[in-house]
Design a protein around this ligand. Sequence first.
Ligand code: ZN
Length: 363
Amino acid sequence: MGRAQPCGAFGQLGGLVAPIHGETDRVDIRTEYVVCDLCGSDQYRLLFCARDTRTHLVHCQFPLVQCERCGLVFVNPRPTREELEKLYPPGEYYSLQEPGTMWQGGRGKLKSYAIRFISGRHDTPLAKLGTLLLGRMISVSVPHIQGGRILDIGCGSGAYLDLMQEVGWETYGVEPSEVGAKWARANGHDVFCGELLDATYPPAFFDAILMHHVLEHVPNPGAVLHECHRILKGGGLVLVNVPNFDCYDRVTFAESWDPLDVPRHLYHFSISTLRQALEQAGFEVMRFRYRTWFTSRQFYSSSFRSLKESNSSRRRLVRAYIRTFLLKPVQFLFSMNRGQRFAVTMTAYARKMAEGDESGSHG
Ligand SMILES: [Zn+2]
């Protein structure tokens, strides 16, 4: 198979992706071709093209390609680093939570209670039951080990770290936004403002590292995971949470699926490719946890909205309604692999093996 060609109508012109037809007044964006970050192959096939339906900051389509060798899905060509920075306007994309506001209100209080309950108590039967029930309700993942140093990559204003500090962790963060880093520091967390690779933490420094919706954004996920492995202690945990490209909803909504978030999401992981990426960095994958988002009204409304905006046929829209509200719940009930195909997001729990540790002895 040869190199994938960008969609005909939006052909690539000397490092620029042409704007979509009828919107020629929009500014073009500089792009670059990349090889597969996972296996280095330059053989890939075009899956489909998608555009920025979340912020509408850039009005052209981006090809999503799949590596012929390892199956990794990524945006190619993609915006250059300089262009990417412009696609995260402060206050518009990730609206930072003001310190102290995240755990207020009914839902926030419930979440913070769940995190406190689950933290550091994985051994007792009650905690296992609590993890099973409460863990499904909260969108953040909790390391099931007690205390030590924890690093939250992309920590924002440090709301998650606030809770981790409360349950006994020594808290560190990496945050590219200066406002976020400032707020998190004000709450007593040790925050590096920038990117992980520039933070140069000492080797074997952390007991746990959390990456909540980070890996799909970085231009170099392999390098980031290798760095995590280097700065984790033997036996340390890394929790990686990303959207699940192989899920039922993605097939239903295709290029209109809200969590695609093209072109800010440069990589689109499946269970298999996330596992490969972690193992290549030296981790032992212990388990996956899946979240189905059945209750996320906002997510569905934005997926349906972008389906309508994409001038889809009426038939396609009706089919999406039927699949989402009729077929999906029925299939979910009778599905054997309930987690995997219905999981909109997934969290991998992986461990850096301790020295002299043999594989297979799960913690
Ligand atoms: Zn590959």
